[in-house]
Design a protein around this ligand. Structure first.
Ligand code: PEP
Length: 258
């Protein structure tokens, strides 16, 4: 089956890299990204957005943030709004990452507000969903994913679907070195897309880009990229190394369009 959605390879640097390190990374990756047919996204720390966005101008790479607040402005010490991110040069934002849900208590309703606010200012949200280990063991994966999609995207307008990315990141696979089985990911994304089809329409659901994230590395990336339903990858730890990240971008070239 040929994919109609553009392939995406996204780095999530978490709380790593100062500006100098970020720019050195980008200089390694630009030539590889230029040879590629994928959208290359890098979610950098807030402090590096402006410098990185300046460095990638005119290339295939886009810079984004890893989080944002759902308010437009206000007395929220330490928080950053969607329009501030956009002003700094971000074009996308990760919302609802499992680390934010687990370590900072983020709920689906908070994530839903962030998605709306991001779309309001033209930032593309990457909405992270995924079950934890107990939920998978208890056979609750389907119900958990459905609830996350319902509560995060329930009243998002179907006009937004082509700007939306959903990252299926089973919590037990994130940062553990234990990637999910590609067949499991295929099935989960199938279920998610079917549910989004009920929410909007099947044609609208087809426009949403689905990424897989969770212990992707240079060895397993090609298999995920060849798996039907997976439009791209969200990569944490391995994306900190420019050579590995560049290698994964070029693997996608070899896998080609399906
Ligand atoms: C992530 O941070 O979104 C992620 C998938 O991390 P890792 O690749 O390290 O599992």
């Amino acid at each position: 089956m040929k994919k109609s959605r553009a392939p995406v390879i996204c780095a999530n640097w978490k709380m790593y890299k100062n500006i100098e390190e970020a720019l050195a990374f980008i200089d390694v990756v630009i030539p590889v990204a230029e040879q590629s047919d994928c959208e290359v996204l890098i979610a950098v720390p807030f402090t590096a957005i402006r410098s990185c966005a300046d460095r990638v101008r005119g290339t295939r790479i886009s810079i984004g943030a890893q989080n944002m607040n759902d308010a437009t402005a206000g007395a929220f010490t330490g928080e950053v709004s969607a329009s501030m991110l956009q002003e700094a040069g971000a074009t996308f934002v990760i919302v609802g990452h499992s680390e934010r849900r687990r370590l900072f208590g983020e709920t689906n309703s908070f994530i839903h507000q962030k998605i709306k606010r991001a779309l309001d200012v033209g930032l593309r949200p990457i909405v992270c969903i995924g079950e934890n280990y107990e939920e998978r063991e208890n056979g609750a994966t389907h119900a958990v994913l459905k609830m996350q999609l319902q509560e995060c995207l329930g009243d998002i307008s179907k006009e937004a679907t082509s700007h939306l990315m959903v990252a299926y990141e089973p919590n037990w696979a994130v940062g553990t070195g234990l990637p999910a089985n590609p067949e499991t990911v295929h099935q989960a994304i199938d279920d998610c897309r079917a549910f989004l089809g009920e929410l909007w329409s099947s044609a609208d659901a087809q426009r949403v880009t689905f990424l897989y994230g969770g212990s992707v590395d240079v060895q397993n990336a090609a298999t995920f990229l060849q798996t039907p339903n997976i439009d791209g990858l969200l990569i944490g730890s391995v994306s900190l190394d420019p050579d590995s990240f560049a290698k994964i971008i070029s693997l996608r070239q070899n896998v080609g369009a399906r």
